[in-house]
Design a protein around this ligand. Structure first.
Ligand code: GLN
Length: 425
């Protein structure tokens, strides 16, 4: 049978209709006072969380398993979610030990969609979105106006909420009851509890990953380039073992980067004392920025989606100054842009929509090879415009292994009406 036309054999026949019976009421209550009433799918347990929206059109399975969404009720602006079901999460044969989706389970606290598709069709699907959410005890709300919720969140910002199901649906929680995930150490909940190594016999460089809740496709992108990847818990003191490695990678992760200032201080020590390549993505980029002396702040509603345009201000490896790259993003915090970047550092990318800092890079004079990006070059989901940044990093680590000396990583800068930094202030 042709690929894509296979009939899944393990579908619950009840799901071949698009209606759940019996229907259960559900609601989203926001701390700011608004309530949205609809129907439940997935788990019947009510949950608190931070309500955020994503403008991504596809890849709900990747977003929902991204550990950076821990503690969040995810509102999808795309009107129909669930059409292609949910695939098996078993690792692919060429990357054992790395789940197919972005982590081993659903990480967001709940999901809100305009119209859930219970009937699904995809050659890789093994269950529906409803079944999957039920299995991981994640409540879903459907039949609400997600455009209205999104407009509200854009105006008032990310808001604490409760996804209330069944008898809880009509109950508006008291102000004090709303759980605020940003007060918890979310990173400790998603980081690996112990050190482990992927692709131990790889021919490439030895790369340590400080795991703040790494997406699987980041690890896969390094392993696919034949790096030997050692994943370390978020609070591991990398400085005690750094001589064993050719490069350090700082992963994405949930919550506020300032929640782990001890780690920031250790990374600062690494930056000051170690001259090997360092690459950070999202949380990792924010940690690098804090370690470099920049400030991090909480954005109003953050950027979550797969079509965020970023302008490169510097050339480095596969990245060319002056080009716009379309990127995948999921963040609430950002580094503050200043006219005086700390010595040894320059802005690398800025967001074309809101001028937020999308990347930082060490200057050639610093003799370092360090860069961080706020977006997700590994995609999953979203565009692959910047995927070659992994090749750049692995190549830099490999070159360093062979006695590399600092070369000009920044070939030129974009100057539009003044300095690069001024451009976005
Ligand atoms: N994807 C991420 O790593 C997100 C980083 C951080 N939790 C933020 O919201 O900004």
């Amino acid at each position: 049978m042709a690929r894509g036309l296979a009939t899944p054999t393990n579908i619950n026949p009840a799901l071949l209709t698009n209606v759940l019976t019996p229907k259960t009421p559900a609601a989203l209550h926001l701390k700011s006072g608004q309530s949205y009433y609809g129907e439940s799918f997935g788990s019947k347990e009510s949950k608190f969380g931070e309500t955020v929206f994503s403008t991504s059109i596809t890849s709900y399975t990747d977003s929902m398993t991204d550990p950076s969404y821990l503690g969040q009720i995810l509102v999808f602006t795309s009107p129909m979610i669930g059409n292609y079901g949910v695939p098996s999460n078993a690792p692919l044969a060429d990357t054992p030990g790395i789940p197919f989706l972005e982590s081993v389970k659903i990480q967001c606290t709940g999901v809100v969609v305009s119209d859930v598709a219970l009937k699904f069709s995809h050659y890789q699907a093994v269950e529906s979105l409803h079944q999957w959410c039920e299995r991981y005890n994640v409540p879903g709300l459907t039949g609400v106006d997600t455009r209205a919720i999104t407009s509200l969140l854009r105006d008032q910002g990310t808001t604490l909420g409760r996804l209330a199901v069944g008898d809880d649906a009509p109950v508006v929680p008291a102000d004090v009851d709303f759980w605020d995930p940003s007060k918890d150490n979310l990173i400790a909940q998603v980081s690996t509890p112990h050190k482990y190594t992927l692709n131990p016999n790889g021919a490439g460089p030895r790369i340590a990953v400080l795991d703040f809740g790494s997406k699987a496709n980041i690890l896969r992108s390094l392993v696919k380039r034949d790096a030997v990847v050692t994943v370390l818990p978020w609070d591991y003191d990398f400085n005690t073992i750094r001589d064993q490695f050719d490069g350090l990678f700082l992963s994405n992760g949930p919550g506020d980067p300032k929640a782990i200032m001890d780690t920031v201080m250790r990374v600062r020590q690494t930056i000051n004392e170690w001259n090997k390549p360092i690459f950070g993505i999202c949380m990792g980029h924010q940690i690098l920025g804090l370690a470099a002396g920049l400030e991090a702040y909480r954005m109003t509603f953050g950027n979550r989606g797969h079509n965020q345009p970023v302008l490169a201000l510097a050339s480095s490896g596969s990245i060319k100054a002056g080009r716009v790259y379309v990127t995948s993003q999921n963040h609430q915090y950002a580094l503050r842009l200043t006219e005086d970047f700390p010595s040894g550092w320059a802005p690398f990318f800025i967001n074309c929509n809101d001028s937020s800092v999308e990347g930082i890079i060490s200057t050639p004079e610093s003799g370092k090879r360090i860069w961080g990006v706020q977006f997700h070059p590994e995609s999953a989901g979203g565009p692959l415009d910047t995927i070659e940044m992994f090749t750049d990093f692995v190549n830099e680590c490999q070159a360093g292994r062979r006695g590399w000396k600092a070369s000009a990583m920044i070939a030129d800068e974009v100057k539009i009406g003044g300095s690069a930094a001024k451009l976005a202030v």
